[in-house]
Ligand binder design. Structure first.
Ligand code: ADP
Ligand code: MG
Length: 251
């Protein structure tokens, strides 16, 4: 028996006007799997990962979450899942963390659960404190974002996503905007999540990290999955010239 997919896309395309950015992507993500997406700038990595929580609506193709068709309408309809539900199940962190500047760290993390999941303050704060401890920021709960370093802000952003109790986490170049000395503290949080069994898709230019943490590496080139496989294969025996050239840039 094969493991049922948590997310499954078939022949997914995305165009902006005349520009076809994604040209037919098939992917099944199994529970607990960690997928790293690599590829040149402009190849469609962000567009793809944003389609996985319907922040971008695919132009065509099929998209299922735990076997249910996902539709772009916000609300669920008979037998299908709406984008609203999907976004609660599939959390996302970006390069720019977009914390609420007028809220403390603790309030940033409890806001979503209180408003969207209707958690009580006591429940939301207990969960938030556990998550802040997990990302190494237990002592910062009363700080405002402006008083934090970039690495700390990104870790709050991750805790804030986790507070929604997602089944899948998407990370789009979460360390790209950070000063080099702050990268490892954020990667460590992502690594801990992977080791804790979180299903994840991460777009990254940190090749050593991708090789280390991912179960599968996917090379997106010009809107298609050009190569994929275990990190050893993809990183150390690239088949295509395009991937060989791409990887050379990181040596
Ligand atoms: P990557 O993340 O791999 O660098 P992106 O997915 O951000 O690539 O972008 C892929 C292509 O889609 C680029 O040519 C980009 O200019 C274009 N693109 C992305 N978002 C939009 C948008 N909202 N409107 C028009 N074009 C877009
Ligand atoms: Mg991108």
């Amino acid at each position: 028996m094969t493991t049922p997919s948590i997310l499954s896309v078939r022949a997914l395309t995305k165009s902006y006007g005349e520009l076809e950015v994604l040209k037919g992507i098939d992917l099944d993500i199994t529970p607990g799997e960690v997928i790293a997406i690599i590829g040149p700038s402009g190849s469609g990595k962000s567009t793809f990962i944003r389609c996985l929580n319907m922040m971008e609506v695919p132009t065509s193709g099929s998209f299922k979450f735990r076997g249910s068709h996902v539709l772009p309408e916000f609300k669920d309809k008979a037998g299908t899942l709406g984008a609203g539900t999907l976004r609660r199940k599939v959390g996302m962190c970006f390069q720019h963390f977009n914390l609420f500047p007028h809220l403390t760290v603790l309030d940033n993390v409890t806001k979503g659960p209180r408003v969207v999941l209707k958690e009580s303050q006591v429940e939301a704060e207990a969960h938030a404190r556990a998550l802040l401890a997990k990302v190494g920021l237990a002592d910062k709960e009363n700080y405002y974002p402006s008083k934090l370093s970039g690495g700390q802000k990104q870790r709050v952003a991750i805790a804030r996503s986790l507070a929604m109790r997602p089944d899948v986490m998407l990370f789009d170049e979460v360390t790209s905007a950070l000063d080099p000395e702050l990268v490892s503290e954020v990667l460590q949080v992502v690594r801990d999540l992977a080791e804790g069994g979180m299903t994840m898709v991460l777009v990254t230019h940190e090749m050593a990290f991708a090789a280390d943490v991912a179960d599968r590496v996917i090379f997106i080139d010009n809107g298609v999955i050009a190569e994929q496989g275990p990190p050893q294969e993809v990183m150390h025996s690239p088949q295509s010239e395009r991937l060989q050239q791409f990887l050379q840039r990181f040596h």
